[in-house]
Design a protein around this ligand. Structure first.
Ligand SMILES: CC(C)(COP(=O)(O)OP(=O)(O)OC[C@H]1O[C@@H](n2cnc3c(N)ncnc32)[C@H](O)[C@@H]1OP(=O)(O)O)[C@@H](O)C(=O)NCCC(=O)NCCS
Length: 204
């Protein structure tokens, strides 16, 4: 059973803490030790969650945290700093990110999309992306959507949507703008999995 749950649907501090610890563990499994300037620690995540809970979509497979997609809206001036490579991911603070109530959601930054190694290659990222796109497409008229490519699989995953290359970060990762369709995020059609599909774990 696959569930994609948005951050503002988690109701207890306990469930948020449990998920944050699980996603940090997934990051560690996937990337090894990350530079704190790229990922932040548990407190950083907790603050981000409090500030903008809807930035997180979490994928559960049979109750197990399989992965997450984090997409934060940016003020125009913050977007400029990201594009010019002056602001790495964990340097994006709450003051750079509009609150839901500010309704300044024209620029979106795909901070990360990561699946536990046992759940990669099964099409789950398509589902997380489509859930994220559906949410933002209802919420706002986007002017841009940015993302930094961290890996070959990430590049392959997003390639159908690539627009212009807008910059390079301090570690040499390329920053792209995604093609929007009338100010809306594109969605994947024909996703490999669906909500009733029983996903088996691949060996990590
Ligand atoms: C990138 C990522 C989110 C894609 O999610 P996903 O659900 O695995 O995506 P898909 O199942 O559609 O796979 C996308 C392609 O990559 C391949 N792939 C993904 N993970 C793979 C793995 N571990 N081993 C081999 N191939 C893999 C798939 O075979 C597929 O290729 P295809 O289109 O030719 O079939 C996921 O692989 C992941 O978490 N990777 C580690 C973190 C990462 O690199 N994030 C992106 C940063 S920009």
């Amino acid at each position: 059973m696959i569930d994609i749950i948005r951050g503002d649907d988690f109701t207890t501090e306990y469930s948020i803490t449990r998920v944050i610890r699980a996603v940090l563990e997934i990051d560690r499994l996937v990337y090894g030790v990350l530079d704190p300037a790229d990922n932040g620690d548990e407190n950083f995540w907790r603050e981000r969650w409090r500030h903008r809970p809807d930035a997180h979509h979490v994928c559960f497979v049979n109750g197990f945290v399989a992965g997450y997609l984090q997409a934060v809206p940016l003020f125009p001036w913050t977007s400029h700093l990201v594009k010019s490579g002056q602001l790495r991911d964990a340097q994006i603070l709450d003051s750079h990110v509009p609150l839901v109530s500010q309704r300044e959601d024209q620029s979106l930054y795909i901070m990360s999309v990561v699946l536990h190694p046992a759940f990669q290659g099964l099409g789950l990222a398509h589902k997380m992306w489509n859930a994220t796109a559906s949410y933002w497409n209802k919420l706002s008229e986007l002017q841009e959507c940015l993302l930094t490519i961290w890996s070959e699989h990430g590049g392959k995953f997003f390639r159908p949507f690539f627009g212009a290359r807008v910059g390079v970060d301090a570690k040499g990762h390329q920053i792209f703008s995604l093609n929007l369709d009338h100010n809306k995020l594109p969605v994947f059609s024909g996703a490999k999995t669906n909500g009733s599909f029983a996903v088996g774990m691949r060996s990590a």
